[in-house]
Design a protein around this ligand. Structure first.
Ligand SMILES: [Zn+2]
Length: 259
């Protein structure tokens, strides 16, 4: 049985910590800073950091990798198409990687960066998805390197995973994302309800993750580009009515960039 906890880092990053309590082995996803992980290991005697999973090359995701590898000898898995410090395993689309006895499928999700990958473990009842800065709770990553078409295709691929999939993204952006979702769909009652819940959680400084895909499909505007309500809002802003779902996505992303 794997337990998953978040180690907060920087202002709003989470380093996901996977723990196999039977063997006292653990793994981390996107350690932008080594210190929270080293502190956890120091507080949990007998535990060994076995693996480091990396989704993309941004510093707030890889900044702690070399120090952690030097301190623990952990294996570093990361995207083949990006420059990842101390990487042992270079991963591409549909590759598989074993972590703490779990079989993860690698899914290429270009957009935020061109080589960005996600890690998916199809367990029941709730599969696991570590998706870095691609799919956020109620939002998605900015397009630093890829095109809107690439990001839209990446998000559609993630959205096709089972509804029960737990979504472990890297940032606590949920509340600001829901402010935007509310502007896009003011009449979506599930968005309004989620906004209230997340507002309560954040007022208590509590985490809003993981999310799940059913909730994302109901409340995340970037997964709802086929919905009439979303299309009409983007049409209204762009003065166009002939936009396809990818152009709707591009319109939403551009709007969010300045929201
Ligand atoms: Zn990033």
């Amino acid at each position: 049985m794997i337990q998953i906890d978040a180690l907060p880092a920087f202002n709003d990053n989470y380093i996901w910590l996977l723990q196999d309590t039977a063997s006292k082995r653990c793994a981390v996803v996107d350690p932008g800073d080594a210190q929270p992980v080293l502190d956890w290991l120091a507080a949990h005697s007998g535990w060994q950091l076995n693996d480091i999973l990396i989704t993309h090359h941004h510093h707030d995701h890889v900044g702690g990798v070399e120090r952690l590898k030097n301190a623990t000898g952990a294996q570093v898995h990361g995207p083949a198409a990006e420059n990842i410090p101390a990487r042992d395993t270079a991963l591409g689309d549909n590759d598989r990687v074993q972590v703490l006895g779990l079989d993860f499928q690698v899914i290429a999700v270009p957009g935020h960066t061109l080589g960005h990958i996600a890690y998916y473990h199809g367990q029941t009842p709730a599969p696991l998805l570590f998706c870095g800065d691609t799919l956020f709770a109620a939002g998605c990553g900015r397009l630093f390197e890829g095109s809107p078409a690439q990001m839209h295709a990446s998000l559609n691929r993630l959205a096709a995973l089972p509804d029960t999939t737990l979504v472990y993204c890297t940032h606590e952006y949920t509340l600001s994302n829901l402010r935007f979702a509310r502007a896009v769909e003011p009449d979506n009652s599930q968005v309004a309800q989620r906004f209230d819940e997340v507002t309560r959680l954040r007022a208590q400084d509590r985490i809003t993750l993981p999310s799940n895909l059913a909730l994302e499909k109901a409340t995340n505007p970037f997964l709802r580009t086929n919905e009439t309500s979303v299309k009409e809002k983007v049409d209204e802003r762009t003065g166009r009515s002939d936009l396809d779902p990818t152009a709707i996505f591009a319109g939403l992303r551009a709007w969010k960039d300045t929201f």
